[in-house]
Design a protein around this ligand. Sequence first.
Ligand code: SF4
Length: 638
Amino acid sequence: MPKFSVCMRDCYDTCSMLSEFRDGKLSVRGNPEHPITAGFLCPKGALLPKWFHYPERLKNPLIRIGERGSEEFREVSWDKAINIIANKLRETIEEYGSESVLVYQYAGDRGVVNYAFPLRLFHYLNTAMLDYGICDRAGQEALRDVYGTAVGLDPEDLRKQKLIVYWGVNPFWTNLHGFMLAKRYGLETWTVDVVRTETAKRSHRFFQIKPETDVLFALGIAKLIIENELYERDFIRENVYGFEEFKNYVKRLSLNYVVKKTGLPLEEIENFAFGFAEKRGVIHIGYGFQRSLSGGEAVRAIAILPALVGHPFGFIYDMKTIDKSYAEGEFLRTKPVKRIPQMKLAEYIEKGEIKFLYIYNSNPLASLPNQDRIRKALKESDVFVVTHDIFLTDTALYSDVVLPANTFFERPDIADSYYHRYVALNEPVVRLYGKSNSEVTRLLAKALGIENPYLYESDEEVIRKILELNGLSWDELRRKGFIRVPEKPRRWETPSGKIEFYSQRAVERGLSPFPEYRKREGKYPLKLLTPTYRMTITSQYHNTYGMIDPNLYMNPADAEERGIKDGDDVEVFNDRGRITTTVKLTENVPRGVVLLYKAFWIRLLGWNANFLTADETVEGYGNGSAYHSTWVDVRKAK
Ligand code: SF4
């Protein structure tokens, strides 16, 4: 009998799957009953058995015996590894205090228990915790400014819509089921992006703007909608705070300036504004472009557009259906939490504020920007690093102890989605190697002599309790493999209780009440974009599928100016680093922009784009990452 599984990747779709283990082989297929993921898997999901059976999965704990970054480890027993970690943890807390310990985890595996359960131990120990900023933070803050929440439309409500705009998102690669859903519902699709992506090629209209001009494009559209009186008057009067002030603000905006900066002809901007108003469009706001210094302002401006045409929550960005705080156990703390901004990990290590780093579900030594800095910081510090992972990742190579993790096919869990409203069940299919995050947590708690019962709850107990707390049926979940979380009526949790075109929350943070455009330029002439590749999810699958694209993509005119031809080896450089790769010339990338796909394994490739990317953060927007505010130059390699 097949078991219900969930693809736990950091992916919008959170596919429900049916999995079997027969004759020593795992097989997976999509669960045909799931209303969104509808029985098919993307190419990454279809290859999951290859990932699962990959021969280089870690099987035994390792202790580093060489330099950080070397591949010199020796195998030890689980007992020994757990005791080493527990002793070091105890010593560190005694000598430097509990806040010198940081647990660093992210969305490498989105199982609710697997993600959250280890945090119980670290909350119990009152350690420092991460303040997440790597992915969608600036946009989260911006949407809270306007709507009081980053949770927008239920994608199943797209069936009532006529037009969806993919703004800075490439769902054909990263949200395939969402892309297909819009097609199934017969929506017209438009794309706004700097690069002609695969989604742009398949959209009815494509608006190609210059980098970091999203704010101006959105404000220009708003101006046209308002000044041509195409907005929903009654809706605005009742539900929007600061409309008149915003109207006066955009009145001062010159459309010629918008044309000049965005690179779009006026006619195109008008086409967008008039078509969007007529069809009452909704917008899928992407994560990529908000990872830039202007990202927060951009999302704030874009977020206003669906409200102008009368949508209460007319955007897709995040989805929160269930409360998972029980799994995380912050209630176990006895001291207030110190949060360390995720994007400032290197800085905190350099300052000596972190002495013990426990990493799981994440590969920061491939995914963080400015890799030279974080690597140097780790090499020069005395921080003790533990990594719990399925593979010997770049991060594992910099660790003192490496623990083998198991996969989601080997443990029970549930997963919610940040796109749709379904929670899916994950049943263990087989057990091969490694231990889950919760198993390791229990072992560590025992080795530390902690008796608190919350640290010993079984995975199933945690799952059932979360379902109960959220009013969801365990029996229904077990029968179908997924369960829809009903939507409750909601209002806008802003200071005014309305949609805020004039954001009081932004003002409190010292920002303008309205989204502002600021010209961004770097020391180098070319803007480097580092989006995700089709066959990887950040650094995941590079090692197992081996399908990466390490080429630099460049506009032919920029190449010609530098005497570069298609297929040449080139150096891409800035003050942070330098990498050598092969160039491919394409008109899909506009002038002034170059593109490298992100976060491949440095251990396998010898480099990745994060040797170049900026580690500044988006000020005023929660220290969100600014990967795409990176400038470089390119020259022919010698
Ligand atoms: S990566 Fe995303 S779309 Fe692909 S199988 Fe996993 S959840 Fe589904």
